[in-house]
Design a binder for this molecule. Structure first.
Ligand SMILES: Nc1ncnc2c1ncn2[C@@H]1O[C@H](COP(=O)(O)OP(=O)(O)O)[C@@H](O)[C@H]1O
Ligand SMILES: [Mg+2]
Length: 294
């Protein structure tokens, strides 16, 4: 075994002992800013870099992660919660290292289950540890309680906004709602999507960073930007994510930069460190606690 492989294996072992999957909630406030587009293409970028990634379609109204792939899975989390299916039976493999977990309805149902059923469900969810290092939770629009709940329960929050002033305002509104409910200051990344230029993205980011620091005492980590790119819409029309359909388009290059930044993959040689979070069990428990507070 090469020295680098050995080091990698050692880190993986440490991860097994110390923690588990790292969970990221992708949220925005306003709809249509590119959360689903980012979640799907970021997952594919991470998968090709060797980081096993699961995308949970948590947009409870619209199951739109599927649409990006032009597929319509029959089963979703609701079937797992009702006990009809196992998690492994509803996970859809879309590329090496990348899975989609169709959300459907049923989040609130989870909170209403009795304790024995909740424990069983958490056990079932723990099987996700076998499939992923990273869980990306794609959420719906609005500042609904369920989105704040996901944000608080996960290890990290990825905030997405477009340059549109109402999107920026709603993005800040969501961050404020999260900061008011969270016990500790959360890890938050910011992504500006559909930017006209690097300059525009950086200006918006620095304004948001300044406001978040001054008014909410939150450190917003700028994770990057995605340029407005017609290849994105074209890819949606053919049901193939842009990073596969056009790996060299501007949007794809931007997503790869973001993947490197958030996951500390600054060199081209591959993974420096497998992302490690608090694990799926801890995530589920925090999620249930928050849901019961409603
Ligand atoms: N960087 C981009 N350039 C051009 N169009 C984009 C870009 N990002 C997203 N879009 C388009 O914007 C629309 C909304 O994106 P979507 O990911 O569904 O947003 P959300 O999940 O936040 O509602 C889609 O039609 C998508 O193709
Ligand atoms: Mg969406």
């Amino acid at each position: 075994m090469k020295k680098k492989d050995q080091a990698f294996e050692l880190r993986n072992l440490k991860r097994k002992i110390a923690g588990g999957i790292k969970t990221y909630t992708v949220a925005s406030g306003k709809g249509g800013v590119g959360k689903t587009s980012l979640s799907v293409n970021l997952a594919l970028a991470l998968g090709s870099m060797g980081i096993r990634t699961i995308v949970l379609d948590g947009d409870l109204g619209l199951a739109n992660v599927d649409v990006m792939f032009g597929m319509y899975p029959k089963y979703h989390l609701g079937h797992v919660i009702s006990g009809e299916k196992k998690l492994s039976e509803i996970l859809v493999s879309v590329q090496e290292n990348v899975y989609i977990l169709p959300g459907g309805t049923g989040l609130q149902d989870m909170a209403d289950l009795d304790m024995t059923k909740q424990v069983k469900l958490i056990e079932e969810f723990s099987s996700l540890e076998e499939y992923g290092n990273v869980l990306l939770i794609d959420t719906g629009a609005g500042i609904h309680r369920s989105i704040v709940v996901f944000a608080i329960a996960s290890d990290s929050l990825i905030l997405v906004t477009s340059p549109d002033p109402t999107a920026i305002r709603d993005c800040y509104g969501l961050l404020k709602a999260v900061s008011l409910s969270a016990a500790a200051s959360p890890e938050v990344y910011l992504i500006i999507n559909m930017a006209k230029s690097n300059k525009e993205a950086l200006e918006i980011a620095s304004r948001l960073q300044y406001t978040a620091r001054d008014f909410l005492d939150i450190n917003l980590n700028m994770a990057g930007y995605i340029l407005r790119d017609p290849h994105v819409e074209e890819a949606v029309k053919i049901g193939i994510p842009f990073i596969i359909a056009d790996p060299n388009c501007e949007a794809s290059k931007c997503v790869i930069q973001i993947a490197r930044k958030i996951f500390n993959l600054e060199n081209e040689e591959g993974i420096e460190e497998v992302p490690t979070g608090r694990g799926i069990k801890a995530f589920c428990m925090r999620l249930l606690r928050q849901l019961q507070l409603r």
